[in-house]
Design a protein around this ligand. Structure first.
Ligand SMILES: [Zn+2]
Length: 388
């Protein structure tokens, strides 16, 4: 379990300046996304910039399209030319952001990063890829290259990530950056930094916490709780939380009285997917469970419910597993639509139950979550049917 300790905010100014945070890390056992070899103190810094006029123009020119947004996680190195980064940092000269060697980041770690960033964006019309061709095939205003790189301290200084606000829609191939030298070469940290920087490119600022009256407490909201069910907002500080979500809360730019609803800002560019499984307790509308096998689904928002029908009497073991960001509950209904049992692990995100009879199985977000704010959680899951 990871215990979340308070972040010490060293500097909080964010426009055209560095946002720096110093985090204490404890030594206890990792959660599912975490690696045991975490340094005692990991210093993470984020730089965000904006060009409001450019973003406003891009918003006016946004094509009305359902084309999925392609997010390229580029581990392979990239020559950066003719972007605002060149203007700002290298006097207009192009520079090379190096790729990551396998000894710094294994294939398994890269796959985890793609899987977990995909989970962060799973409700949206977004495709997360490592394939350069996917990026090249997407419209320029529907794609973002996030360069996962290192050894650029001589140009950028010792920061963990860089992004321009709303740059995804600019259409000029301005990338964002994640510097793994400042993220302990650690797949969980790199995931959170990558989703965070990509969030900036959709137009998001930092989720913050405030004291009364309106004094910034944490420029990066550190979340709540610890262990399997601990929560952190992606646009705040999610590095030490097992469950990370887009959040509806006050952002550092808006002050304490204005909420930034992350999901609404992302969905303005990448609409939320249509529901993949209906929620009615009606046999002909629901997906039939096999006698043995796997069904996948996504809860596209915190109040989505996905129903499956078990149309046979034999007992089966049902293993419901969260893809990472949602704490799940399974409700079992009889054919008359009456609730007969509910399964919700109070210390974990998954369900493992033996169910007999013809039943409707309803997958939803747990309503006994101790830390994730109501309305925040969504994500993918796997429902496995096996012998009891
Ligand atoms: Zn940031």
């Amino acid at each position: 379990m990871k215990k979340v300790l308070p972040a010490t905010i060293v500097a909080i100014a964010c426009f055209f300046t560095a946002c720096k945070k110093t985090i204490d890390v404890d030594e206890t056992a990792p959660t599912s996304k975490q690696n045991p070899s975490i340094p005692q103190r990991l210093e993470l810094k984020c730089v965000i910039k904006q060009d409001a006029a450019k973003s406003a123009l891009a918003r006016r020119n946004q094509p009305n399209t359902n084309e999925p947004v392609v997010l390229l996680l580029d581990f392979n190195g990239h020559q950066v030319s003719n972007t605002v980064w060149n203007t700002y940092y290298t006097g207009g000269n192009s520079f090379y952001a190096p790729g990551i060697s396998q000894d710094l980041l294994s294939e398994a770690a890269r796959n985890n990063i793609v899987k977990w960033v995909s989970e962060d964006f799973s409700a949206f019309g977004v495709r997360v890829t490592r394939n350069e061709r996917d990026y090249q095939n997407a419209s320029p205003t529907r794609r973002m290259r996030c360069i996962i790189t290192h050894n650029l301290g001589h140009i950028f200084g010792a920061y963990g990530g860089f992004a321009y606000i709303s740059s995804l829609i600019w259409g000029d191939d301005t990338p964002c950056f994640v510097y793994i030298d400042y993220l302990a070469y650690h797949d969980k940290y790199i995931t959170d930094a990558t989703s965070h920087e990509l969030g900036h490119t959709f137009g998001l600022f930092h989720q913050s916490t405030f004291l009364s009256p309106c004094e910034v407490q944490h420029a990066y909201n550190p979340g709540l709780g610890f262990g399997n069910l601990g929560w952190g907002p992606i646009m705040g500080l999610a590095y030490y939380s097992n469950l990370s979500t887009w959040h509806d809360g006050p952002a550092d730019v808006g002050g304490c009285s204005v909420n930034q609803k992350d999901v609404d800002i992302i969905k303005n560019i990448a609409p939320i997917k249509t529901d993949d499984h209906t929620d009615g307790l009606v046999q002909h509308l629901t997906d039939e469970l096999p006698g043995r096998g796997v069904k996948n689904g996504i809860l596209e928002h915190a109040f989505d419910k996905d129903v499956f029908y078990k149309g046979y009497n034999q007992s089966k073991r049902i293993i419901l597993t969260s893809n990472g960001n949602s704490d799940l509950r399974l409700e079992v209904y009889n054919q008359s639509g009456q609730l007969v049992s509910a399964y919700d692990d109070l210390n974990g995100t998954n369900v493992d139950a033996v169910i007999s009879g013809k039943r409707f199985l309803k997958v939803k977000i747990s309503n006994s979550q101790p830390y994730v704010p109501v309305g925040d959680g969504f994500g993918g899951y796997t429902l496995r049917v096996t012998e009891p």
